[in-house]
Unconditional design. Structure first.
Length: 160
């Protein structure tokens, strides 16, 4: 049985959340374990996405639970964004207790590397597109609170 770690999630105010993460030059065994730990951490926190800076690692790595699959991407880039935008509620594991309305593209094309080092492209729409945009923002030091249209403070917070 392989040991998986539930990692500490950094919260708003931690300087790493405001840094632009470094590209991953080569995917190593350490990165493959990190992906497993990130997925474990995301699920333990009841989140639907997690970016490496949120666990204190300034590298361009995200994991996203689309509802149909869990996607791990290295060096993700949004190649296309639809002109159509919608406003919906977002939360963040790094900003517990706060949710707010954010405007995002309704469809995107995102590319990156899979954990086996092969390039991949996804066309996603609806809520999964929102999650990818949110997580990629983390890699650029941007938090959803920077894009708020309206704030909503709740007693019971849900993950991003």
């Amino acid at each position: 049985m392989q040991y998986l770690a539930v990692l500490e999630i950094r919260e708003d105010g931690d300087p790493i959340l405001r840094q632009v993460a470094k590209p991953v030059a080569k995917i190593t065994k350490r990165h493959r374990k990190l992906i497993k730990d990130m997925i474990q951490t995301m699920h333990a926190a009841e989140g639907i996405g997690l970016a490496a800076p949120q666990i204190g690692i300034s590298e361009r790595i995200i994991v996203v639970d689309t509802g149909d699959e869990i996607v791990a991407l290295f060096n993700p880039v949004i190649d296309e964004m639809s002109q159509d935008q919608d406003i919906d509620v977002e939360g963040c594991l790094s900003i517990p207790g706060k949710r707010g309305y954010v405007q995002r593209a309704t469809e995107i094309v995102v590319s990156g590397w899979q954990e086996d080092g092969k390039p991949v492209r996804y066309r996603v729409s609806g809520y999964p597109a929102r999650i990818f945009q949110h997580e990629i923002d983390h890699l650029d030091g941007v938090l959803f609170i920077d894009k708020l249209v309206e704030v909503k403070v709740e007693e019971d917070s849900e993950g991003e």
